[in-house]
Design a protein around this ligand. Sequence first.
Ligand code: CU
Length: 470
Amino acid sequence: MNKRVSMLFTIAAVAVMGATLFGSSYTQTQIGGQSIDMNKMDVDVIEKIHQMGGLQLVMPQAFADVDCGSLENSGRTVHDFQLTGESVELPLLGGKTYNAMTFSGQVPGPTLRVTQGDVVKMTLTIPEGEVTGHGNDMHASQMSASYFESINPGESTTYCYIAEAAGIFKYHCSGVKLMAMDQHVLSGMYGIAIVDPANGYKKLMVEKTSGSGELDRKFYDADALEFQLQYNQLYLDDKGNYNAVDMFAHHHDAAVVNGMQFGYVPNMAHNLLVNGDVNKKISAVLQARDGLDLKQYQGQLLFVELDQHVRIFIENQGNEPVFFHIVGEILDRVTQGNRVQAGATETWLIGGSQGAIVDLVFDEPGVYAAVNHDYAQIYTGAVTVFVAGDPFNLNPVLVEKGVIPAPVPSYAYALGNPSDAVPPMGQNSIAHPAINIHGLYTDEVASELQENGAIPLWEVIPVVAEILTS
Ligand SMILES: [Cu+2]
């Protein structure tokens, strides 16, 4: 055994011992990054660790099993959260595909929304014929993932927990008894649970100054138009398979928001509305997802009203920091858990497996790009375009042509907001005027959304185009 490998095994043994001695959740037994200098390691050593399934740790049953029976009859609201673990092929930007692993045929997985104190009854089913087992570690619970272990193809397991802490929490596949967890998560097996505070969200206070320099505090009701943005990276080889060497090197191939690179950018429908011609591009740089044939994968925009309380649930599902920034805006409030962390701040740093709730109000009609202000991530896909109000003065045309009966405060009334960016309704949610089908979904998931009333814009736009150009 060469020196580096034996050194690694020593570190692994110490970690295993730590787990046995202090035995709680495996997260406490992770090896500190400073103890291994990845840059000095052989690539084949990294590959060997990966083939081993990472460093396998011993995990005692430190947490008592949670009995669904007693929790289900405790008088608390119970949420039945059903997930399936499925490997599917999903498209990448530019026409290629990759071998994705998903919860329920979509990346990210379905969002769970509950109120603090509710019981979550999570069932993970792995269909017969699935290539590997899967697990689920829900950060909203306070149980070790080792309790849940992993589920084999053809099997199903349930656990229950009380969502005691308010906030936004990641859930992710825990691999096969924690092996290959990195591959499963970075291939798409992640999602969020939003736990609304028991007493609801707080009013939003925004400070402005008057002409005489005096402070003018404006308060917005707690009810808000809500979005969800989940940041991650893809590490892939040429065949669309997960590439662990790139992951260890922190060398991503794509930065994704809700699973897609440049998912929220203008498409040809917006060309038509703004320029009167599907082929006349609004943005030469950003228009990466043009084409009605892309269906649920074409670019869509996020539409908000002016002077409207907007709440964004953000989770960093990835392996790199997120410097959340909205070009041309200031984040009026940042909350983590149920505690306000900042007010009127330009950018907020969100580490890996960390969430934040950003509240803000857009004051001026315009186009605003929410970015991960890490340049390596901006240019590889972490750009999300918000449009506030009617900056293109489309209301008169749309009304005149009969597309809408009266002027509207945002284009969401005509085009809807993308389904993957809209979380389920909570206790302080303003309903979106309409939802369009957009997301890294299988066609089955997209059809289900259509059956539930979401708009397939790729079918609607040709009709609108005919009206507008007639
Ligand atoms: Cu998995």
